[in-house]
Unconditional design. Structure first.
Length: 364
């Protein structure tokens, strides 16, 4: 399934540096605003140590990880909702992604200009939030007028949409993002075709300096406080370190990380957090030809998971043979799992769990 997260932020906060390190796609990175004019798109593998554990007991010719699509979007400035800077392009591009990765500058560097004049994470976040809210107010106002006209006519199904849009408009008018409005699943579905920017889930990325790896700087504290107010999370990334790591071999990476006292690249944490932000999880298939992680939404049923492998499998689904990575570690191989009675047969109502290893049985 195709899912994407958009990297956003003010100019010169390190968006493209982090994107380059994530994707090694070579997006231009320079010390001036709007260096990313068209969105760059990269496909990033999701680090998952379970793949290597499976391969240890079920050798295969290749391993295929899950992926996340990352989009680097042009920097935003004050007035973007009114077309300032590259605002119209920014807002159009961000509507197309499923989640927002908001990069916030938490490092001081007199050689890197700040478009707002100085480092202030709370102010920087509020600048972008304000522009997204203003853009959504325009969208909801137009959509509300259309829904009201339809509700007065023959389309009574629009009455519920009018109520939801009015509540969301009132919240936006008070500076509250759409995602913070308490709505049922049915009500929130009525917002889907409006493509509201502030209805997307957000993960904050604090771009720190190498001197702040202990995460004790006041800028980091301010960002964490703000993220808590948004019911969101923060991942700290030192863009300069991650950019250097991305150019090294695996052995050289391990040596550098050990010297810094870091267990793994921060980008690994970021990718996994992005995957979770999108409401995704992985199940695995394992055979002699390949071990593969497949991406499904949390809550997907076994037939829906089968459909990710091949659309016909969902229609022709019979059952799934399921076991866990823990079962594999304990019993060494599938034969041992079967002998121990740990191989489960699950039907059409089974809700797939993150990390399930499955064999799909279907009609020919």
């Amino acid at each position: 399934m195709s899912v994407s997260a958009g990297i956003v932020g003010l100019p010169n906060v390190g968006k493209s540096t982090i994107f380059n390190a994530l994707t090694q796609a070579g997006a231009q990175s320079a010390n001036y605003p709007f260096c990313t004019i068209d969105p760059n798109v990269g496909v990033v593998p999701v680090p998952d140590s379970r793949l290597q554990l499976i391969e240890k007991h079920c050798p295969a010719q290749k391993i295929i990880p899950a992926i996340v699509e990352i989009v680097d979007i042009a920097g935003l400035v004050r007035g973007a909702s009114q077309g300032e800077g590259l605002g119209n392009k920014f807002l159009a591009n961000i509507r197309d992604v499923s989640a927002i990765l908001h990069v916030v500058r938490c490092f001081e560097d007199e050689n890197v200009v700040h478009v707002e004049g100085g480092v202030n994470p709370r102010r920087d976040v509020e600048v972008i939030d304000t522009e997204l809210i203003l853009a959504d107010l325009q969208t909801v106002e137009k959509r509300l007028d259309k829904a009201r006209r339809a509700a007065k006519g023959q389309d009574k199904s629009e009455v519920g949409r009018v109520d939801v849009l009015e509540r969301v408009f009132a919240a936006l008018d008070q500076g509250v993002p759409a995602r913070a409005v308490k709505l049922t699943a049915v009500e929130r579905a009525l917002l889907k075709d409006s493509h509201l920017l502030t209805d997307k889930p957000v993960l904050f990325i604090g771009n720190i300096s190498e001197n702040d790896l202990d995460a004790q700087s006041p800028h980091v504290a301010a960002l964490r406080e703000l993220a808590a107010e948004h019911n969101s999370n923060v991942v700290l990334v030192c863009g300069s370190i991650e950019a250097e790591l991305s150019e090294l071999s695996k052995d050289e990476q391990l040596e550098m990380l050990e010297g810094l006292g870091i267990s793994e690249p921060a980008l690994n944490v970021l990718i996994r957090a992005s995957y979770g932000l999108l409401g995704l999880q992985s199940f695995f298939t394992a055979g002699e030809q390949e071990i593969r992680a497949w991406t499904i939404p949390v809550g997907a049923t076994a037939p829906q998971a089968a459909g990710v492998i091949h659309t016909d499998f969902e229609k022709r689904f019979i059952r799934a043979e399921v076991y866990t990575v823990g079962d594999l570690q304990t019993h060494q191989n599938e034969a041992g799992i079967r002998a121990a009675g740990r191989l489960r047969l699950e039907g059409k109502e089974y809700v797939v769990l993150d990390g399930d290893i499955m064999h799909i049985r279907h009609n020919a």
